[in-house]
Ligand binder design. Structure first.
Ligand code: AMP
Ligand code: GLY
Length: 428
């Protein structure tokens, strides 16, 4: 079978690597910049913007592609899945209408409210800046301010964290309206991803991502600096009831989309805040998380091609998806100065072959040498029986690289985990 992977980051390297274990799968890739990790397992690459749908379509049809996996959200929003479907090519990824769960935050909240789906914070969709301003002035408490539309995870500002009330008003004015204003949720975040075949959902291990650039969750938000998962596929600050509730929310969202005439197929990513009231939805994404894909796909024991085939056919069941009971810790190396002022073109040197799995992301290979670019460079994933051991594997790989890059040392450490657990205990 020929599978086309769309996208060129760490997430897509993890997808391509998982596909590469099946020797009957031939991997093709479309990516804007050449990812050396994907290039190493791909039969052929098209260097092209992932949102150039006609170019992707021509490549897919001329190469006789059987299935595609869409990594990032932008091509989903550009309607890539709809167009591929018209050509008879099935995708791991939703249609443009179903992808609105991610691409239109206002739609998502309104759908949750109308369908009575639990976990929806109080919110207001404001189309004009003056409507937003009036709501902020009259609201008693802190708000999260979210521009409607894709922002690469960088458009959300939180009152009480990044902004005061005047700052919030200035921010909505600068956006000129079209924002979702919602109750600021307090708790601990976690990610639940599921394979969805239109009706059935199969959950993946829970993961916790780290958005802030610096240790101790300081500094600006990033695409995600790293993440971890536990051998029991849960997290110590998420109890069984929380996990069941989060999964029920995702099932209800998929059912609601089906009922509304937009059946959801692909990966559904639920970002939850575990609060004193249980899990609340921060957002849905219509794709794997990056870095979270690297945690779960490093644990996948089942054949990814079979999962894709059954997802497209609508016959996916729990028995098709098995993850090993190990812990994972993923640490991204990023250029010094990332995200505001990344140092590009800096050479990286490896001291030997790391024990961790290496996933390449925004990195340039020239004459066998590796250089930083503007975004996250590469990630190391440690996989082991305990979180501590997985953390050690990832950390030692990360520190073995020399060059103008940095990473968060605290991700996956027991110290950080204890803080999360005690924060949750305080809240309950
Ligand atoms: P998003 O781009 O929606 O993932 O938001 C980025 C980050 O903003 C999330 O990972 C949360 O840390 C934070 N955030 C988003 N919505 C809320 C909310 N309602 N309350 C508190 N924090 C939020
Ligand atoms: N890790 C967050 C995201 O992929 O959106």
């Amino acid at each position: 079978m020929k599978v086309l992977v769309v996208g060129g980051g760490g997430r897509e390297h993890a997808i391509a690597r998982a596909l590469s274990f099946n020797k009957e799968t031939t991997i093709f890739s479309v990516m804007a910049k050449r990812n050396p990790g994907i290039a190493a397992v791909a039969e052929e690459i098209l260097l092209e913007k992932e949102t150039n749908v006609p170019a992707v379509l021509r490549f897919a049809t001329s190469r006789g592609i059987d299935y595609t996996v869409i990594g990032p959200e932008a091509p989903l929003e550009a309607g890539i899945v709809d167009r591929l479907e018209e050509e008879g090519i099935g995708s791991m990824g939703p249609t443009v209408a179903a992808a609105r769960l991610e691409t239109d935050k206002g739609f998502c909240r309104e759908m949750m409210e109308t369908c009575g789906i639990a976990g929806c914070p109080r919110y207001r969709v404001a189309h004009t800046a003056s409507d937003a301003e009036a709501f902020i002035r009259g609201y008693d408490g802190d708000l999260a301010i979210k521009p409607i539309g894709l922002t690469g995870g960088k458009g959300v500002r939180i009152m009480g964290e990044h902004l005061d009330r005047d700052g919030a008003i200035a921010y909505v004015r600068s956006l000129g309206g079209n924002v979702v204003l919602e109750e600021r949720l307090i708790g601990e975040e976690f990610t639940l991803q599921a394979f969805v075949d239109g009706k059935h959902l199969v959950p993946m291990p829970l993961v916790q991502d780290h958005k802030r650039a610096f240790e101790g969750d300081q500094g600006p938000n990033t695409g995600g600096m790293g993440s971890y998962s536990m051998p029991d596929h849960s997290l110590p600050f998420v109890n069984r009831r929380d996990a069941e509730q989060a999964f029920a929310i995702m099932k209800n969202a998929v059912a609601a989309m089906g009922k509304a005439g937009f059946p959801y197929r692909g990966i559904l990513y639920g970002q939850f805040m575990n609060t004193a009231r249980g899990p609340m939805v921060i957002e849905f994404n219509a794709r794997f998380g990056d870095p979270e894909a690297m945690n779960v796909l490093s644990l996948l024991e089942s054949d990814l091609l079979t999962i894709i085939e059954k997802t497209v056919a609508g016959t996916l069941s729990q028995a098709d998806v098995r993850f090993s009971n190990k812990a994972t810790v993923c640490k991204y190396l990023v250029p010094e100065g990332y995200p505001d002022n990344p140092r590009t073109g800096e050479e990286l040197k490896f001291a030997g072959k790391p024990e961790a799995i290496t996933y390449y992301a925004n990195i340039e290979e020239r004459d066998g040498r590796l250089f930083t670019m503007t975004s996250r460079t590469l990630a190391f994933v440690g996989v082991s029986d305990s979180l501590d051991a997985a953390e050690e594997i990832a950390e030692s790989a990360a520190t073995s690289v020399s060059g103008r890059v940095r990473h968060r040392r605290d991700i996956g450490t027991s110290r950080l985990l204890e803080q999360r657990v005690s924060h949750m205990q305080e809240l309950r």
